[in-house]
Design a protein. Structure first.
Lengths: 385, 385
């Protein structure tokens, strides 16, 4: 096991009807900016419920945070924050709203050009205080409700930032609030959670037995409840298991002390930025391809994954690995996702541009070992056609 | 899944050589009381190493915290804290030292008779601030390094307390510091971790799939590495897996949103208080007996435990459950523990006194359902003979 630090101060308030706890969680007499997305929190009444339980605070609203939140949109929220001396940010939504809110918290406390927070890690480190954040989660997927990272769209790319200052103080996770989500968004959330998990698990053996088994527990749960929670969106327990798995897949727990390989997310971000493919869809396309190309490097963990997650024990090593990759693709397809670039009309001729974007964003040494060069990324994209 | 709150703010610093991080974790210019146990931290140089990396603080020492720490001992530390205006407590040791330090932090900030903190929950809730605590863990077992509870011996009993104010600010977990522990203490630590896990898992089904699988991951890991880390104490990875499992078995993670049954610990505390049997040993005696007596109530989870943890799939339901209980006893025995009261010269005539102690401590409705009355506790003790 590798040395590690693990520190996650976010308070989770989980379950049915927990929105009422907001009144005890948001500081009294605070000036709160409530941030949300495209209007579904209004349409389904979540926003109204939130505002109803926050008497005694001065409330401001900022709606319209889009999927893959844009830097320019978020900077408008930063103006509001400064204008109204906002001292608490409440994100009501999914990963994009939560990530965007984290960025707003940092940018409002950064003296330079806020874009530097996305292009230069030193700039993030220079921020020493932020505005506290709470979240009300309406889409289980990114784990942003219990971690210190985010992704923001800037200058045609999706850029990652991270700071311990943006851990939410609290997150309210009521699975019932997710019942109204379209099937496709739930499928994307399942896939995002699945990929977060394998990115911290299918690497090379590192004697993280607790971490491995916890990762396998998330994967097995997703396989058990994935289709069911799409088909029966109001089945509370299935949805609750998805929501809690999504959080635990990216809150630092399963990645502590073990190697991590974020290749899938990094290449996926480029596909979303260039072609507008949903984040979860990009992951479903890329993960099987990455495993095909890097079968040798990931051999031992792929065999472990085949056995413990898919119960595949017959055949040669290669046959078992191939079967596990096929099972994974099939699982994504059963959730309604495609697993090839061509199904989005992306062909061999488009690959150069993706590789150039990776180069522009200095993503030239990806994976758990740093050995996924641009040439190997190209190979992965070809395998994903 | 049940509704739950989960909040664990302790920072974990895990791995080889992490003691040097203390200098960045203990506030500069603080007045630190270092608390420890019976001298092994002196004998093996851990205390010296700790003091060496804390320049610039005024350091005071309080040694001699015994296993099952006594109220009267801890109150002497409280006097020191007040006398020297201590503003940071550093526990260097195992569960007893950490639990004792938590109690000192509370007692030093309680206006009444500190014994009330052990006999009246309202008294604990009345404490609104404490002295921050850090820990350097030398014995993996209790999980105290990352939770908000403790156990203190008072008036012939072992009494439990809990307050979110006593979460350690940080805990340093260096598996190497545990190499010098006697085999028996490691065995006790493995058993304690195992029992913490089953107490939050072998109850009744509650659709906590992530929680169940994480619990099973801890149990499977303990079975894999338990004997090995006793036989080869300097095998880093085996010991690191034990240490990290011990923490995760009782940091709130696996118990969030699922039923819990602390019968084993509660009856075990009486056996330790009355007969001086080690804490871990009491658990090894009681757990198989509890499962035999409450087989019907725990049927579904015992079958799940049999299959997923011990891979027992053949036979009738009762046969599979019996086999799983036998496997559990055998595992404890292979670690060197006994699984019967009689091996400690405790007979049928002693049971009345144990039941009376449970009654005195108002432990008359134990288990996940509250249905373990004194009569059933007696039955369990008889089954443990």
């Amino acid at each position: 096991m590798k040395n590690f630090n693990y520190h996650n101060p976010t308070q989770i308030v989980f379950g049915k009807g927990r929105l009422t706890k907001l009144d005890g969680l948001v500081p009294k007499n605070s000036r709160v900016l409530v941030l949300y997305g495209g209007g579904s929190v209004k349409k389904y009444g979540t926003l109204e419920k939130v505002l109803r339980v926050l008497p005694g605070r001065e409330i401001f609203e900022f709606g319209g945070i889009e999927p893959n939140p844009q830097f320019t949109t978020l900077m408008k929220a930063v103006v509001l924050v400064k204008q109204h001396n906002i001292d608490f940010l409440l994100a009501v939504g999914g990963g994009s709203v939560m990530d965007g809110t984290k960025f707003v918290a940092l940018a409002a406390n950064y003296d330079g050009d806020a874009a530097e927070l996305l292009t230069d890690r030193g700039s993030v480190a220079a921020v020493t205080k932020t505005i506290p954040i709470g979240t009300v989660v309406t889409l289980p997927a990114t784990g942003s409700e219990m971690n210190a990272g985010g992704v923001v769209s800037y200058a045609g790319g999706k850029l990652v930032f991270s700071s311990p200052l943006v851990f939410p103080v609290f997150s309210i996770l009521d699975p019932v609030l997710t019942y109204t989500l379209p099937a496709k968004q739930i499928a994307n959330g399942i896939i995002d959670t699945f990929i977060h998990t394998v990115e911290q698990y299918v690497t090379f053996p590192a004697e993280g037995r607790f971490q491995d088994r916890t990762a396998e527990g998330i994967l097995l749960t997703l396989i058990e409840i994935g289709k069911k929670t799409i088909d029966e969106p109001t089945d509370y327990d299935a949805r609750a298991n998805l929501v809690w798995c999504a959080t635990n897949a990216l809150n630092g727990l399963i990645g502590a002390g073990v190697p991590q390989d974020w290749t899938t997310h990094m290449i996926g971000h480029e596909l979303t930025a260039m072609f507008g493919i949903d984040h979860g869809e990009t992951l479903a396309i890329l993960q099987p391809a990455i495993w095909k190309v890097r079968k040798q490097q990931k051999r031992e963990k792929l065999l472990q994954y085949a056995e413990r997650v898919w119960n595949i024990t017959a055949g040669t090593d290669d046959e078992r690995i191939d079967a596990a990759i096929a099972k994974t693709s099939q699982f994504f397809q059963e959730l309604g996702a495609s697993t090839s670039l061509s199904s989005y009309d992306i062909g061999e001729n488009d690959i150069d541009a993706v590789v150039q974007a990776l180069e522009k964003h200095r993503l030239t040494k990806l994976s758990e070992t740093g050995e996924v060069t641009l040439a190997i990324s190209r190979e992965i994209l070809l395998a994903a056609l």
